[in-house]
Every structure is written in structure tokens, then in C-alpha cells.
Design a protein around this ligand. Structure first.
Ligand code: DNO
Length: 392
């Protein structure tokens, strides 16, 4: 298990020196400044890797998260040949600079979605939360998506109405800011009107259509990745269900099996995200880790606690609904299998995915979920768990 850490680049408030202090050795990074669909130039990749490999830190850039898939590839609109060629060129440039694990997602429009970024937990720390009532309130009473009433149980729809009536402008603003935080290019926020216009692009677009576009994307890029020795790994949908009427196609074991079968190659792999999958069927996550182990190239380890109405809240890494020990055991077994087969890249990079804001995090700006202390706590716990299991 290679201890890794997502670092957002020079604009990240957390420095590489601080990352080194956590004990992590692998960096998960992206050239966030390059617009979606454009080529990542080789020189920019080399410069970023050199920065990460600063003397004395013991860090290296191991994983790209994400090489984003342009929206047009997801909608399948227009002539996509330039976008596919650009994606392949970025992969070639990454491989030329020695980076071989590339994570991406195929969620339409939104990336991960939460309704609350700072819910108080024990001792005044804060956590991220997805609240079904507030999400329904947003869809029904801000976005005006009347069809959303069918996506939620009647009790949730009623509770959403009550919430919407009582909410003042500040509560709406906070909700909007939370929901938009996961949007791609998350530095610029969409307004409600812009979101409505973007959603219109997906009207009448179903899972089958999105699956066909993913299969097309894989057919275009997996052969190139194979030649380059790159292992692509798709990230599951978060939350693992349709929201805003947008289809989701990487939300369950069956979905993942379908994606992996669409291009049956080690170059077409999975990012095992225990938090995303755990917000669906947490009890299944260890079995999914074992089932897809040979195709897992990267792991996001975090935990959630679900609630009967579909809400969930991010818990400490070893405290939620997912049996983290069982997941880590499956990953260690896979590493041993790879090592026995003589693979030099047997170790699987994982990162503590998200963390609460604790202690000094509370006074510091960081990307939602990407605090220093909270993730460091998670990393330390996962490190101990992995060492204990490997020794046992
Ligand atoms: C959230 C992350 C996701 C992930 C992308 C991968 O914290 O796990 O934003 O990076 O979905 O493409």
C-alpha cells in the first residue's frame, strides 16, 4: 500500500513540506489550470513533477487525478475526434514523464455532490454531508425541477417543502455553495440559471446513452493507454445514484463489471472509492474490493454513515458503515498476488480520501474535504491498519 496524498498544486494552501510531514510518499495531482479537453503539455507535466520531487521531501507524483473527460465526450455531441486525440496525447505526455496511473470519472456535469460542507461533529470538528431533504429542496424549490418529486420518497418531498419555506436567503446561499463545490472547474461557481441551462443539455439522455458514450471513449483511449503502459482507473459516482435527473453509470458492482468488460484490458481499471460506493451498499464494498482487485489501480479510502432516507455523512476513516479492515485486507491480498507474479508495480497507491476539519484546519482555507489534520488522522489510522493486517 503506497501512502499517497492529493495535492492541488501550487495554489493548494497545504504545502508539499506539510504533505511530507504526514508520512505520505505518493502525490496525487492534476494540472487543474488546463481547461478540460486541452492537451497537457509535456513540459508542464515535467515541471510539476520536478516541483513535487523537491529535494529532501521524499515525494513523487504517482497518480493523476483527474485527467478530465470533456463534457462533449459524455454527451456525445459533435465531432469528438480532436478531443479523443487530445486525451491520447495527454496520456502519451504523462507516460513520457513517467506517470502511469490516471484516474478520471464519467459523471455528467457534476463531480461529487454534497449539501453541507461544515456539519459540526464531536468536539467542534466539521464533516461533509449529503442530506436528501436539502437536495430535494434544491431540486424542487430552487431549480424548479418538478420531475424530481418522483426521485424522492413522499416524506422527503414533504420535508423538503417545509425546509424550503423556513429557509432564509443565507441558508439557500450556503446550500447552493455546497452543491456547486463539486462542479468541475470548481473554482468558478455556476448560478442556478447556468445550471439549468447545463442540465438542459442532458434532457432525455439516459443511462444507455451515457454507457454508449463511455464505451466509445474507452475504445478510443484504452488501446493507446495499453501501448503506453498507462493504467486508467475510473472513479465511481458520488453519490452513487441519479441526481438532478442526470444518469449515473458507475454506482454498483454490476455497473463496474460492465465498465471493465467494455474494454477487457488492465489499462481499463478502477479507482476503488470506499466512500462513494459505501454511500450505496456499504456491506458490499469489501466483496467489490476482492472481486475487482486485479483491476484496482488506485484506492480512495474513506467512510460514511448512511441514514434511512438516503442521506449520509462522512465519518472518521475507520468509523463508518464500510468495514475498512476487510477492504484493506483484500487490497493487501491483491498486492501479494501481484508480487508473487513478479510484478514490480505490485503496491497499490491509496489516499486518505477526505477528512474532517479538525484543530487548526478550522482556521484554514482548504478544498472541501481536503484538510491537513483531518486527512492526516485518516492516513495515520489507515497506515496502522495496513501494517497490522500485513503483519497478522
Ligand atoms: C472527491 C474526489 C472526486 C474525484 C473525481 C475523479 O473528493 O474523489 O472529485 O477526484 O471524481 O475524477
Amino acid at each position: 500500500m503506497i501512502e499517497s496524498w492529493r495535492w492541488f498544486g501550487p495554489l493548494d494552501d497545504i504545502t508539499l513540506a506539510e504533505v511530507a510531514q504526514t508520512g505520505a510518499t505518493g502525490i496525487v495531482n492534476a494540472l487543474h489550470e488546463i481547461p478540460y479537453g486541452e492537451v497537457w503539455p509535456r513540459a508542464a507535466i515535467a515541471a510539476r513533477r520536478a516541483m513535487i520531487r523537491s529535494p529532501g521531501l521524499g515525494l513523487d507524483w504517482l497518480v493523476v487525478e483527474s485527467l478530465p473527460v470533456a463534457e462533449a465526450i459524455k454527451t456525445g455531441e459533435g465531432d469528438l475526434s480532436r478531443l479523443f486525440a487530445n486525451y491520447r496525447q495527454s496520456l502519451a505526455n504523462l507516460a513520457a514523464e513517467g506517470i502511469r496511473i490516471v484516474c478520471y470519472n464519467f459523471m455528467p456535469l457534476l463531480d461529487w455532490t454534497r449539501t453541507d460542507l461544515d456539519v459540526p461533529v464531536r468536539g467542534g470538528a466539521t464533516a461533509l454531508r449529503f442530506d436528501a431533504v436539502r437536495m430535494a429542496a434544491f431540486e424542487l424549490h430552487r431549480l424548479g425541477r418538478a420531475e424530481a418529486a418522483a426521485d424522492y420518497p413522499a416524506g422527503t418531498v414533504a420535508a423538503a417543502g417545509a425546509w424550503a419555506q423556513a429557509a432564509g436567503e443565507a441558508a439557500w446561499e450556503a446550500l447552493l455553495a455546497s452543491i456547486m463545490a463539486g462542479l468541475p472547474g470548481a473554482y468558478s461557481r455556476y448560478s442556478v440559471a447556468e445550471l439549468r441551462a447545463l442540465l438542459a443539455r442532458y434532457r432525455g439522455f439516459d443511462r444507455a446513452a451515457l454507457r454508449a458514450n463511455l464505451a466509445r471513449f474507452l475504445a478510443e483511449v484504452v488501446p493507446a493507454a495499453e501501448d503506453l503502459g498507462i493504467r486508467l482507473c475510473i472513479h465511481p459516482d458520488d453519490p452513487p445514484r441519479d441526481i438532478l435527473g442526470l444518469p449515473r453509470i458507475v454506482a454498483s458492482g454490476d455497473d463496474i463489471a460492465r465498465v471493465l468488460a467494455a474494454a477487457d484490458s488492465p489499462a481499463n481499471g478502477l479507482t476503488l472509492c470506499t466512500g462513494s460506493l459505501g454511500a450505496g451498499s456499504p456491506a458490499e464494498v469489501p466483496a467489490l474490493a476482492a472481486r475487482f482487485a486485479p483491476r484496482i489501480h488506485f484506492a480512495h479510502l474513506r467512510n460514511v454513515r448512511g441514514e434511512p432516507d438516503g442521506s449520509f455523512q462522512e465519518s472518521a476513516h475507520l468509523e463508518g458503515d464500510v468495514d475498512m479492515a476487510a477492504v484493506v485486507r483484500a487490497l493487501i491480498a491483491e498486492e501479494r498476488r501481484r508480487a508473487a507474479a513478479g510484478r514490480e508495480d505490485a503496491a497499490i497507491p491509496f489516499r486518505p480520501d477526505h477528512g474532517h476539519r479538525i484543530g487548526a484546519d478550522l482556521g484554514r482555507a482548504s478544498h472541501p474535504g481536503y484538510s491537513l489534520n483531518g486527512r492526516m488522522r485518516g492516513l495515520a489510522e489507515l497506515r496502522g491498519l495496513a501494517l497490522g493486517l500485513a503483519a497478522g
